[in-house]
Design a protein around this ligand. Structure first.
Ligand code: NAP
Length: 252
């Protein structure tokens, strides 16, 4: 048996865990950061919580005798990806990133692309009065000082009671979201601007399409850099890569 560590927290990671668990020679362990209260539990063994930086992850890979790492974390989870690439290199084990393609701007889109959530907050006063904020509960604080803007904040879990949040309404729900529902939400709350990370994928894309149809602006946060290394764009290609590695392990 070869031990595969999947760095998870995404739908892609869960799909990969299901598909990799069907390979008889592979034992699957998925690691979750532990951010959401009721995460969707992937197939196979699951461990939860940080490793303690690059050094902690290196120790984990050695102690748990991991043979292969596939990093299927969210495109905005940059820190864990750099730690994982470095730890896998130290342990001399194969490392792959599963990075879903970013959303592409269409001619009808009114996107304002920015480099960070903080920059997104700084540009809002010039262009928005009612904002649909979809950057997650960890990154609400930069918007809290914008007193002339009303926010509809969509989150998986409610924010911690002790953090500063912008004025407006919190909507707790988890994707995938349907286009018809996203249209209704934008109209009902008279949204003029959406703030979104360029997460890519289908689960949360409907808001981008609804914005295009309704002429709503989108402040789109660009993705952070990823480590240098092998990348694929979906679970099927990750499985192909994995089978290739497993085949080599079994031969040599
Ligand atoms: P991050 O900034 O890259 O990581 C911060 C720290 O969280 C890491 O250094 C690591 O702690 C721990 N960590 C992150 N992912 C982990 C994993 N899969 N297993 C164990 N520890 C993990 O990550 P983030 O942006 O906070 O995201 C945390 C998790 O939420 C990720 O797994 C990601 O897939 C998921 N997620 C993130 C977003 C987003 O917008 N950022 C959206 C949806 C889902 P140690 O240094 O102690 O090892």
């Amino acid at each position: 048996m070869k031990r595969l560590l999947i760095l998870g927290g995404t739908g892609d990671a869960s799909e990969l865990a299901t598909k990799a668990s069907a390979i008889p020679e592979v034992e699957v362990i998925t690691s979750l950061a532990g951010r959401t209260r009721q995460p969707q539990t992937p197939v196979g063994t699951v461990r939860v919580g940080g490793f303690g930086g690059e050094a902690g992850l290196t120790d984990y890979l050695r102690n748990a005798q991991i043979d292969v790492v596939i990093d299927a974390t969210h495109p905005f989870a940059a820190q864990i990806s750099f730690h994982a690439a470095a730890a896998a290199a130290t342990c001399k084990i194969p490392y792959l990133m599963l990075v879903r393609p970013a959303w592409e701007r269409c001619s009808d889109d009114q996107w304002i692309e920015v480099d960070s959530v903080e920059v997104a907050a700084s540009v809002l006063p010039k262009l928005a009065s009612r904002v649909f904020l979809t950057v997650g509960r960890q990154q609400l604080a930069p918007f809290a000082s914008l007193k002339d803007i009303w926010f509809l904040m969509r989150l998986i879990d409610p924010p911690a009671p002790d953090i500063l949040i912008p004025q407006g309404v919190i909507l707790c729900s988890r994707g995938p979201f349907a286009l018809e529902d996203e249209r209704k939400l934008l109209i009902e709350h008279q949204i003029d601007t959406i703030v979104s990370k360029n997460s890519g994928g289908d689960a949360t894309k409907a808001k981008i399409i609804a914005a295009r149809e309704l002429g709503v602006k989108v402040v789109m946060v660009k993705r952070p850099a990823t480590p240098i290394g092998e990348q694929v764009s979906d679970a099927d290609n990750a499985i192909e890569w994995l089978l290739n590695k497993i085949y080599r392990f079994l031969i040599y």
